[in-house]
Design a protein around this ligand. Structure first.
Ligand SMILES: Cc1cc2nc3c(=O)[nH]c(=O)nc-3n(C[C@H](O)[C@H](O)[C@H](O)COP(=O)(O)OP(=O)(O)OC[C@H]3O[C@@H](n4cnc5c(N)ncnc54)[C@H](O)[C@@H]3O)c2cc1C
Length: 570
């Protein structure tokens, strides 16, 4: 075969974006024998997926069945019908429920990626019909050594999402961390984790024990790069698609600044992570003010809507008819010593006893033990909220000592965070309110009313701790209500949380095979969109832990399978 010039590359399938959705698509196509190229805009691979919790929500999966947790497609359909309402689409849900479990079986049995089932985490709306436990799966932790010298291309965790740079498993490690100093077993466990991390940093410059999304991407990357021998180009953004007579036959890729024409005989799969950092599009589609200073996103910085833009240029369109344009998350901005900032999630904090959220008027507005998505949905639905839209998370010294508050941890020095205005601390509720800019009379009244019932574990105003998911977020060792305790021990603490996101839900309109659709209902031949590039098959609903990754990897698998079948037919 004649060699192609240096500025041309030829493959069967081009995958754009190296998150879990892109890797799932690339691995599926490659395992079927196709020649696959995966390109990534950033200098490292993994996208948001690499810094995520790594949970994937797959109803009726074999791992839960093996663990004795009963589920069925009918039960999942019942749950999803109540979650999605009028946005329930039989064809998308059938494709998901059929292929989700197959995708997991494929990764476990054919690719060798071990998952475990979360035996504690219920669906986010556990009282809805069809809800159950066992749909949230988690990849097992792994040592970065599996990637050899490619380890340096794995997207690292930002410091705010790690403990001194160390990845902490969002399951068991995290619960030990919160019991540090209070339980002998947990203190020993955390000390061992830190010791192992310290040795890794001395030897390799970075922790090697990978958990959560970092472990997921490391395992997927190892499979694609080493076991299946497919190339992954980093610092290689797609700039436009190649359109020949209406069919997509490849894309222009800028590799280290050099334009390369990549021909892809079977098709192109867009998996560039959605538009959470495309300020113009998010301002248009998010329901609250979402400009640069008004909104915080924890999605990977490269997720700037490139997939949507290149798809629109060839006839695709963005479906904005979802109930929520993004997966919402309360996020605080943590100041860094160099003057920049990073963000941290408050998903775990808010459900804990002795913690509430108040608006600038000092009043509570919602049950804080809802899922993060529902919490922010309630916040942005409030009438007449000032911009930036957000709330204060507040706790007393007893709760702070057990759980910390956002980035502020009881075992870290707090002064720098207080000086930078991140953490507000005061000796009385009234002083706290004044220092934070909360209306003091309203706030003191809120605490008085809350505490009167909290001593009995009750929250008649909002029902905090009222269902199984809330209690999962709470502290099971706290009785009678794992989510409710009085806030009455000085000093008092507050942190400002933005109504933020962890990735977009609105996205490129596809059919249930992930083919990009034109507004006239016909497909753009040769073009697929998966992950957050694809308009959410759940119509903007967030039914359980691992929804975005579960959908992304399942439709990535579907796109990979379809292209493999098409190639076989050629
Ligand atoms: C802290 C955190 C925790 C989370 N936890 C969970 C969880 O446990 N479970 C869950 O389901 N979801 C979770 N999420 C959400 C989830 O991580 C994202 O929705 C998901 O990772 C999106 O996957 P993706 O493959 O679509 O995109 P990404 O993983 O973001 O990957 C997209 C990649 O495409 C690249 N790219 C962009 N433009 C181009 C271009 N022009 N050319 C080439 N490459 C391009 C980007 O640089 C990026 O690397 C979490 C998110 C955060 C921030």
């Amino acid at each position: 075969m004649m060699a192609l010039p240096a500025n041309r590359h030829h493959c069967d399938v081009l995958v754009v974006g190296s998150g879990a959705a892109g890797f799932a698509a690339a691995i599926t196509a490659r395992k079927a024998g196709l020649d696959v190229l995966l390109v990534e805009k950033a200098g490292c691979f993994g996208g948001t997926s690499a810094i995520s919790g790594g949970y994937i929500w797959i109803p009726n999966n074999a791992l839960a069945r093996a663990a004795g947790m009963a589920d069925s497609p009918e039960k999942a359909r019942e749950y999803l019908r109540s979650e999605l309402g009028e946005r329930y689409d039989d064809a998308f849900i059938d494709a998901y429920l059929d292929h989700g479990p197959k995708m997991v079986d494929f990764l476990v049995n054919d690719i060798g990626i071990p998952f475990s089932v979360s035996t504690q985490m219920p669906d986010y709306h556990p009282d809805a019909a069809g809800s159950t436990i066992g749909r949230s799966l988690h990849v097992k932790p792994v040592n970065g050594r599996i990637l050899g010298k490619e380890f340096r291309r794995l997207r690292p965790l930002p410091r705010e999402l790690s403990l001194f740079g160390m990845g902490v498993s969002s399951g068991s490690d995290l619960s030990h961390l919160y019991k540090f100093g209070r339980s002998f077993d947990s203190t020993v466990r955390v000390c061992l984790l830190l010791a192992r991390y310290g040795i890794d940093v001395l030897r390799f410059g970075r922790g090697q024990q990978l958990t959560n999304g970092n472990a997921l991407i490391a395992r997927l990357a190892k499979a694609l790069l080493f076991d299946l021998q497919a190339p992954v180009w980093t610092s290689a953004p797609v700039t436009r698609l190649l359109n020949e007579c209406g069919r997509i036959v490849g894309a222009m890729v800028s590799k280290n600044g050099q334009p390369i024409e990549v021909r892809a005989d079977c098709g192109v799969i867009l998996a560039s992570g959605g538009f959470a950092h495309d300020v113009e599009r998010r301002t248009k589609l998010y329901p609250h003010p979402a400009g640069l200073e008004e909104h915080v996103s924890l999605a990977a910085p490269g997720n700037a809507g490139d997939g949507a833009r290149v798809a629109e240029a060839v006839g695709g369109h963005v479906d904005a008819g979802v109930s929520n344009a993004a997966a919402w998350m309360p996020l605080s901005r943590v100041p860094r010593p160099d003057g920049s900032w990073g963000a941290i999630l408050h998903s775990v904090n808010l459900g804990k006893p002795g913690v509430i959220a108040v608006l600038r008027d000092g009043k509570r507005f919602v049950n804080e033990s809802l899922s993060y998505h529902d919490f922010v949905q309630a916040l942005i639905s409030l009438p007449d909220v000032e911009t930036p839209v957000g709330a204060f998370v507040v706790c007393d010294h007893r709760a702070f000592g057990k759980y910390g508050l956002g980035y502020a941890k009881p075992f870290l020095s707090l002064q720098a965070l207080i000086d930078a205005g991140y953490l507000i601390r005061a000796d009385t509720p009234e002083e706290l309110a004044r220092a934070a800019g909360i209306e003091p009379v309203g706030f003191v009244q809120t605490l008085r009313e809350f505490n009167a019932h909290a001593v009995h574990g009750d929250d008649p105003a909002f029902g905090k701790g009222g269902n199984a998911y809330a209690r999962f977020l709470g502290d099971m060792s706290h009785t009678p209500n794992p989510c409710v305790a009085p806030i009455d021990q000085a000093p008092y603490y507050a942190v400002w949380m933005y109504a933020g996101d962890i990735g977009s839900f609105a996205g490129i309109k596809t059919d249930p095979c992930a083919r990009v659709m034109r507004s006239d209902g016909t497909a753009v031949p040769g073009l697929f969109a998966v992950g957050n590039d694809m308009a959410s098959a759940f119509g903007g609903s967030y039914p359980g832990g691992g929804t975005p990754l579960g959908l992304g990897m399942t439709f990535g698998y579907i796109a990979g399978r379809i292209l493999s079948e098409e190639k076989r037919r050629l």
